[in-house]
Design a protein around this ligand. Structure first.
Ligand SMILES: *[C@@H]1O[C@H](CO)[C@@H](O)[C@H](O)[C@H]1NC(C)=O
Ligand SMILES: *[C@@H]1O[C@H](CO)[C@@H](O)[C@H](O)[C@H]1NC(C)=O
Ligand SMILES: *[C@@H]1O[C@H](CO)[C@@H](O)[C@H](O)[C@H]1NC(C)=O
Ligand SMILES: *[C@@H]1O[C@H](CO)[C@@H](O)[C@H](O)[C@H]1NC(C)=O
Ligand SMILES: *[C@@H]1O[C@H](CO)[C@@H](O)[C@H](O)[C@H]1NC(C)=O
Ligand SMILES: *[C@@H]1O[C@H](CO)[C@@H](O)[C@H](O)[C@H]1NC(C)=O
Ligand SMILES: *[C@@H]1O[C@H](CO)[C@@H](O)[C@H](O)[C@H]1NC(C)=O
Ligand SMILES: *[C@@H]1O[C@H](CO)[C@@H](O)[C@H](O)[C@H]1NC(C)=O
Ligand SMILES: *[C@@H]1O[C@H](CO)[C@@H](O)[C@H](O)[C@H]1NC(C)=O
Ligand SMILES: *[C@@H]1O[C@H](CO)[C@@H](O)[C@H](O)[C@H]1NC(C)=O
Length: 374
């Protein structure tokens, strides 16, 4: 019983110590004071915000649908669902509709959303060309993808697409969108909004037994893997898939912003140019905390120093951690010396067996002490 009691006390002490360490690292606020900072479990960082006075500029107004389960975050006019806000990358993960086109055995269209609700984005947003793919799935499928580019003239039309025609899925490659049952293409940068059109050559009559529908969508790379056995049914039961859009906090380049009072990047942050392929002049910019700083570069106080020494395990082996703005260094223990400011290595000029003797002596001492206490 007595032993049990003592163990409990020790565990309690450990728990208290851990709790105290955790409480020291309160995350810096992400929203304007007094504004909601989350919707469901999604954190809403400024410049995005829910309600009047909480977002920085037009297009960054979010609404939280609390009656949905789980609550959903909607962008702008409410047609776009936001599932993640990647502040440091200037990216949003949103859900966008899958286009589909289905036929019956006679070749009559049964269900179609082949003119899928087009994705209309505020001018601050463009579809990420590096993080998404355009994919079409089907065996009698011609998928066309239209969008608008801001260059070389405002709102030039852009059309691309891919075709997949096959008599069976026997040669389709599991896990690879290689042209049999599935085709994919990349998209250009700077795309403003998009619409998807689906067409077929023989109304799926020849393939109806195994493939009555065509599907097409823009999807975040890695979030859709073609499987000839399961993909058709999976897509039939999916309404939306994730894609990544880029945002810029302002038009113009960093060079312009840095000389203007309207510079959106506050203390201890960097400005990052948002460039569209082929265009030499950046179309906009976003902000990022400097290395060694954390927080929100858009809030008036900007980014705060990270106290690296407060981390659960000290970054300094064999030394004492010393924090400095944006950085830290290690003050090495006795018998160790700085390899560089962050690493301590053994001081080889010290006689080799000395540390061993010291540590041996020390552990014996501690052992005797423990025995005495018990
Ligand atoms: C939010 O909750 C959903 C389930 O409700 C979960 O799938 C998702 O991973 C959670 N996201 C975060 C950032 O915790
Ligand atoms: C934010 O968007 C919602 C939905 O579109 C709208 O009702 C609301 O008025 C907007 N708020 C502001 C401050 O623009
Ligand atoms: C909010 O979610 C509920 C439940 O899913 C839905 O019925 C309602 O239309 C949504 N409201 C808006 C504004 O999207
Ligand atoms: C299917 O299309 C044919 C003509 O192609 C038409 O005669 C027939 O009524 C249609 N069937 C249905 C169920 O709509
Ligand atoms: C196809 O690949 C997935 C993983 O990508 C695997 O789980 C599945 O078993 C594979 N199916 C076949 C028929 O090989
Ligand atoms: C794309 O947006 C432009 C305005 O920016 C609009 O004129 C055009 O109709 C939109 N196109 C589609 C397909 O939504
Ligand atoms: C798609 O799913 C619905 C039920 O969710 C089902 O009635 C329909 O037959 C399915 N269509 C295909 C082509 O699998
Ligand atoms: C941003 O682009 C401008 C114009 O091309 C250039 O002068 C500036 O150096 C760039 N700034 C950064 C931080 O990349
Ligand atoms: C964009 O780059 C391509 C080659 O990568 C070139 O053929 C095309 O003329 C360029 N367009 C503009 C508007 O600069
Ligand atoms: C390393 O040890 C030698 C001998 O004890 C000592 O003279 C020297 O100052 C030490 N160097 C450092 C960097 O501590």
């Amino acid at each position: 019983m007595a032993v049990h009691g003592r163990m409990l006390v020790m565990q309690l002490i450990i728990v208290v110590v851990i709790a105290a360490a955790a409480a020291d690292r309160t995350p810096s606020p992400q929203a304007i004071p007094g504004c909601p900072d989350h919707c469901g479990n999604l954190t809403i960082p400024y410049p995005f915000g829910i309600g009047e006075g909480c977002f920085q500029r037009e297009g960054f107004n979010l609404t939280c649908n609390e009656s949905a389960e789980p609550p959903t975050t909607l962008l702008g006019d409410g047609s776009v669902t936001v599932t993640n806000i990647l502040l440091a990358e200037g990216e949003l993960e949103i859900l966008s509709y899958i286009a589909y086109d289905c036929y019956d055995q006679q070749g009559n269209q049964t269900e179609d959303m082949y003119n899928s609700p087009s994705l209309q984005l505020h001018p601050s947003f463009t579809i990420s060309e590096t993080r998404n793919k355009f994919i079409a799935v089907g065996c009698d499928t011609c998928a066309i993808f239209k969008g608008y580019l801001p260059y070389p003239h405002d709102e030039d039309r852009y059309i691309t697409g891919c075709v997949s025609v096959c008599d069976s899925l026997d040669n389709a490659v599991n896990g690879s969108c290689s042209g049999i049952g599935c085709c994919e293409t990349s998209i250009p940068s700077g795309l403003k909004n998009r619409s998807i059109t689906l067409d077929s050559y023989s109304q799926h009559k020849d393939v109806w037994g195994f493939n009555p529908c065509s599907y097409a969508f823009i999807v975040e790379e890695g979030r859709f893997t073609f499987n000839p056995k399961t993909s058709f049914e999976e897509l039939n039961n999916t309404e939306k898939l994730p894609m990544i859009i880029n945002w810029a906090i302002n038009e113009g380049s960093c060079a312009l912003a840095q000389n203007s009072p309207g510079n959106a990047c506050k203390a201890n942050s960097n400005c990052v140019n948002r460039t569209v392929d082929n265009q030499t002049e950046p179309t906009g910019y976003y902000c990022r905390c400097l290395p060694g700083f954390e927080g929100n570069p858009y809030l008036p106080d900007g980014c705060q120093d990270i106290d690296e020494c407060m981390a659960p395990s000290s970054p300094c082996n064999n030394g004492i951690c010393q924090n400095s703005p944006g950085d830290y260094s290690c003050l090495c223990n006795k018998d160790f010396k700085n390899q560089d400011s962050k690493n301590c290595i053994e001081n080889t000029s010290v006689p080799k067996n000395m540390p061993l003797k010291i540590s041996l002596g020390l552990s014996i001492g501690i052992f005797i002490l423990v025995v005495l206490i018990w």
